[in-house]
Design a binder for this molecule. Structure first.
Ligand code: DQA
Length: 145
């Protein structure tokens, strides 16, 4: 039976492809979703993508994942660097968690170097562009096998 992986995206990632393309590239979130679905099929994973600009909505989605998802891939955007609430929600989720950043946050401003989510994540991917989501799914397939 296919394992379910939720790919959660935080604020401003709805603008992917149009927002600072020199940093985040030209692929849209819909492109990422389509690519992840195809890859997921090959890996035996059922993939569902979610995006919200609201911290509480992301927290509630993680709560829903407790019953519905085997693993979580999360790019929390700027909430990565600020949100203890998202960290607490992830700590209440039993399955594997992989943190993704499209850009190499460590080469950017100092405030992007700290991640609350990294305190919970089983793996962290940064700087691979949108390919980071595919890398996260491949790792998720291993962790859920
Ligand atoms: C990001 C990096 C964050 O610092 C930033 O706030 C984002 C996107 C990334 O994917 O590189 O919104 O998570």
């Amino acid at each position: 039976m296919a394992k379910t992986v939720w790919i959660l995206n935080g604020p401003n990632l709805n603008l992917l492809g149009r927002r600072q393309p020199e940093i985040y590239g030209r692929e849209t979130l819909a492109d990422v979703e389509a690519a992840c679905r195809v890859l997921g099929e090959g890996l035996g994973l059922e993939v569902r993508l979610f995006q919200s600009n609201h911290e509480g909505a992301i927290v509630e989605e993680i709560h829903a994942a407790r019953e519905a998802a085997h693993g979580i891939v999360i790019n929390a955007g700027a909430y990565t660097h600020t949100s203890i609430a998202i960290l607490d929600a992830l700590n209440a989720f039993a399955g594997p968690v992989i943190e993704v950043h499209i850009s190499n946050v460590h080469r950017r401003e100092a405030f992007r170097h700290h991640s609350y989510i990294a305190l919970r994540a089983d793996g962290v991917i940064a700087g691979l562009g949108t390919e980071g989501y595919a890398a996260a799914l491949r790792r998720m397939a291993t962790l859920l096998a």
